[in-house]
Design a protein around this ligand. Structure first.
Ligand code: S6P
Ligand code: ZN
Length: 192
């Protein structure tokens, strides 16, 4: 039997990156066109920083099987598009029965989850809180804080990501908005 080699990866919380990673992807604001409700406010951001990094993911993939675990770090800038807090695109795992674990390292976020039938679960997370995202839940992270949101994640390597499930249904059922008092409120997404 051939054993997989162990791998030690440092996490730089300050830069929001996994060191000794073998995967790195970035999403610019331009890449997020169509994601937010307020298109005028989004155009104003594009005019300023279309190619700046909105969020980035560094990860380590030891193999491709269900029994392999991808681990990594997502770092997302703070900010809002109009009243809507910055977010990741969100997806369901293409193999829907694969779960995921998210651990907030710094910043404040909401793990926004939705079942394929439209049930909504919103879990606010701060440093050293861990959220278990069960199988079949669509998930995205939302940065509700004033600083970068840095989260460690781990999930089975053959999960895959299906982004179409959200695109086809006009986004997720609710949007996480500024409540005008420094907090957040979930408002129905009329496009859903
Ligand atoms: C993958 C896992 C994370 C996200 C990352 C970016 O299953 O949930 O690595 O990929 O947080 O989000 P998204 O929705 O753009 O892939
Ligand atoms: Zn995922």
């Amino acid at each position: 039997m051939i054993f997989t080699e162990p791998r030690l990866c440092d996490i730089s919380v300050a830069t929001g990156m996994l060191q000794n990673a073998d995967g790195h992807y970035r999403k610019s604001y331009r890449d997020l066109t169509g994601l937010y409700a307020d298109s005028e406010a989004f155009d104003a951001i594009l005019a300023q920083k279309a190619d700046a990094i909105a969020y980035e993911v560094t990860s380590y993939t030891p193999g491709a099987k269900t029994s392999d675990i991808i681990m990594g770090v997502t770092r997302m800038e703070p900010g809002k598009v109009g009243r809507e807090y910055f977010l990741t695109r969100g997806h369901i795992h293409a193999n829907g029965d694969r779960p995921e674990v998210y651990h907030t390292l710094s910043g404040r976020g909401v793990m926004q989850m939705e079942s394929p039938e439209g049930e909504v679960r919103l879990v606010e997370m701060g440093p050293q809180q861990v959220c278990y995202v069960p199988p079949y839940w669509i998930h995205r992270s939302v940065n509700i804080g004033d600083d970068d949101l840095v989260m460690f994640f781990a999930y089975p390597a053959d999960s895959g990501q299906d982004y179409g499930i959200i695109e086809r249904s006009g986004g997720m059922r609710v949007r996480i908005m500024d409540d005008g008092r420094g907090g957040w409120v979930a408002e129905d997404n009329p496009a859903w």
